[in-house]
Write a protein that binds this ligand. Sequence first.
Ligand code: FE2
Length: 268
Amino acid sequence: MKNGIDLSQKAGLSIGFDRDLERLFFTDSLVSVQPDIRTWYQMISVLSKCPHNTPKEFYQMYRGLGNLTDLSLLDNLGLRFDVTVIPPRMIGTRGEISMGGKMPQEYIKTLGHSHAMPEVYEVLHGEAIYLMQDSIGSHSFAIHAKPGEKVIIPSFEGHVTINPGDDYLIMANFISSRTVSEYESFKEMGGAMHFFLNSGEKNRWIANPNYAGYDLRDPVGLNAMMPLDFYKSLGFSREEPMYTSSKRKNFQNLNFLKKPLKRDSVDI
Ligand SMILES: [Fe+2]
């Protein structure tokens, strides 16, 4: 493959990523899906400071992927499989934030949202930080995940995905196709409780001042796929794509995505 990333082994679907075009491509019997693009204009309200060098295109969302034979089954079950691509980019900042006198930059991230039903993510390529907070912003968690690792987002938990690496982050998710994502609270609060910034060699969490009065200690660091027993009960392992292990169970293992799931109930 010329200047591309073959994702078929990691995703369990015949897809790849063309680095020159910066787009996914689809092979075999896979139905081609056009991405929704998250733009600078949509992101401006959730960035750490007024950016002075920003990419026009932040990230790409490919929704409703699947083999032709699986798509109607997934649709009947009210489930959707998506892939998101976040390029390696730093977002310039200006303003009062100072880190050792150097001008910091913010790692590229998603806008942030929450939904009533849970969701499961899987890193296919690159690395991710899943930053999560509950609906009243009383705590914040960060899970650093690598290829093959899965991360469950409990109900109503606000979540932002950060690409902290120097390569493309490509990740998949299963979610109920009937749950609605809520973006407004992140926009109103100017982002999540924390921003992940870099200044030279140093990475640092910076608290979002709009959350004054909340517990703004650095996010608690958690490991991906903990507790492992819960993930095993779904048939998930690091070695196998969740699409493949779920298909083997006719996607019935994903029924948990159609009911509310509290953080406490999975003990994460
Ligand atoms: Fe989500």
